[in-house]
Design a protein around this ligand. Structure first.
Ligand SMILES: Cc1cc2nc3c(=O)[nH]c(=O)nc-3n(C[C@H](O)[C@H](O)[C@H](O)COP(=O)(O)O)c2cc1C
Length: 497
């Protein structure tokens, strides 16, 4: 896949032609200010943005940054694993391959290495490989281990804990999920020994894709053909997203940085927020698989990878961009939004001599409180940040009640937190509080993303927050709540009956 800026795309015609000649027909789609080019047969697409403003920034590929260890066994279907590597790379998945001795009879390490753009491993007792990356490390260096084609032999070894070459040792040593795409002659597949192994592997948590039924290279017909590479790729991405991306399918809206409120064309009111914590949270939520929209005030930070960024300046613009980005499953309000703006912004620079004795101030809208209001577009989980310089916990608790949000991440900004690289926070939920030790802002972000994933997945995912909050405390109006309770009681009765 290619992701180009619109202006740039016009100069890349020859690149497009080369891509089409090498990979077949290409689909060119415009998304806001980006042009996405992908092979026509590449069925997996990034989820279409719903009801949001066109964001600048890049569109994340479906499994960007995830890693697969691919074991290629010795079967005719090994040629299909080359196509599988190509499809995985197109989807943004990094592939490291182990080619069994028998596998190397069917495809060459050169082809596998060229497509995976990585070294190909084969020998358990290769001193150079072992010094570079030990076999145990190799087995754990990925998010998922895939065996395709999974020969009868590899299935038998894995089912029985045999580890007598690099592939089978890696299968025994890995701490990651294993997915197998079996491929073999129909009689080998239906043999009671293979079926026994299949049952054992399933009990061990190995996920199977295929085999398909059809005509085989050996001239027989029946189950045993390796599943199509695209089907294996889809299963891998689904599994990767479940394993490594608990927030896959969720939309997270994050604000970061300060807002600036103009006094005249050259002067403004603002604050010291660097945006670092909000950017780290956006990146952590994206790494957990969420589609992330980051609405950012002016900061000197690069866009976090895989996050779509809308840059704004004032609180009013930030509110507008947030509302346009809804619906969202989670909203994390990290921005230090200016509480006030000048009553008016002078059209020309105010001269020194004519400077007003006082600048009249108007209160800005409260973005956190606005997005916390019950309603069909309320995010399922609303998290505010409280920057306090005294009585941190008491003020943060009061903020939950006042704003109507679900959680508050409270931090004491009396030290070097604003603009610094570390943070020490107190996570306050309605039912309790957790004090986290001082750590890097990225570590705070990763821990918060874990907490968000746990909360959203515990509630069954989806836009569960529509018309009700995370813990139900703000669920619609009392009359609607009573109606909902009556309905719930009725449906429970019917289930119990
Ligand atoms: C031409 C040929 C095709 C083969 N195709 C398959 C196959 O599709 N599936 C399978 O399980 N074994 C197949 N085998 C047998 C395996 O290559 C053999 O069991 C080998 O030991 C597997 O080694 P590995 O599991 O380490 O890759 C084939 C053998 C030959 C000679």
């Amino acid at each position: 896949m290619r992701d180009w800026a619109v202006a740039d795309a016009k100069n890349r015609f020859s690149e497009l032609i080369t891509k089409a000649l090498e990979e077949g027909p290409q689909r060119v789609t415009r998304r806001g200010r980006r042009v996405i080019v992908r092979a026509e047969d590449d069925a997996i697409d990034a989820p279409a943005p719903r009801g949001r403003v066109e964001y600048e920034g890049h569109v994340a590929r479906p499994a960007e940054g995830l890693r697969v260890l691919l074991i290629i066994g010795g079967g005719i279907a090994a040629y299909k694993s080359l196509e599988l590597i190509r499809l995985l790379r197109q989807s943004g998945v990094a592939v490291r391959a182990i080619l069994t001795e028998a596998g190397a009879q069917f495809v060459t390490p050169l082809s596998v290495g060229a497509l995976s753009e990585d070294k190909v491993y084969g020998d358990l007792f290769d001193l150079t490989d072992e010094a570079e990356m030990g076999h145990i490390e190799l087995s754990r260096s990925a998010d998922l281990v895939v065996v395709a084609p999974a020969t009868a032999d590899l299935m038998a070894k894995a089912a029985n804990g045999i580890a007598n070459d690099l592939a089978s040792t890696a299968l025994l040593a890995t701490d990651k999920r294993v997915l197998m795409a079996p491929a073999m002659n129909v009689r080998m597949w239906t043999h009671p020994a293979t079926q026994r192994n299949l049952t054992r592997l399933a009990a061990d948590g190995v996920v199977m894709v295929g085999p398909d039924e059809g005509a085989m290279a050996c001239g027989e017909f029946g189950p045993g053909r390796m599943a199509a590479p695209a089907a294996i790729r889809d299963a891998i991405i689904r599994l990767l997203n479940n394993e490594a991306r608990p927030l896959a399918g969720k939309h997270a809206l994050v604000t970061a940085g300060p807002t600036i409120e103009p006094i005249d064309p050259v002067r403004f009111l603002s604050n010291r927020s660097s945006g670092r914590q909000g950017y780290a949270i956006a990146a952590a939520l994206a790494a957990a698989g969420a589609r992330v929209s980051l609405v950012s005030g002016p900061v000197a930070l690069a866009d976090p990878p895989g996050v779509t960024v809308k840059r704004v300046e004032t609180a009013l613009e930030m509110l507008g961009a947030c509302e346009a980005a809804l619906p969202a499953d989670v909203f994390v309000s990290v921005a230090a939004v200016a509480d006030w703006r000048p009553d008016r912004c002078a059209e020309e620079k105010i001269k020194k001599g004519q400077a007003a004795k006082a600048i009249g101030l108007t209160e800005n809208p409260d973005i956190l409180a606005t997005l916390s209001k019950p309603g069909p577009n309320r995010p399922g989980l609303v998290i505010g940040f409280a920057a306090e310089t005294e009585h941190v916990e008491a003020h943060a608790r009061a903020k939950i009640a006042k704003k109507g949000c679900d959680w508050i991440v409270a931090n004491d900004v009396s030290g070097d937190v604003m603009g610094g690289v570390e943070n020490e926070v107190l996570l306050i939920r309605r039912d309790g509080a957790e004090r986290w030790p001082r750590m890097a802002k990225e570590a705070v972000a990763a821990r918060l993303a874990d907490a968000v994933a746990a909360a959203l997945t515990a509630r069954g995912g989806g836009l569960t927050g529509r018309a009700r909050c995370a813990d139900g405390a703000h669920a619609a109006k009392p009359s609607r709540r009573r109606r909902w309770r009556r309905r719930a009681r009725r449906s429970w009765r019917s289930i119990c009956d």
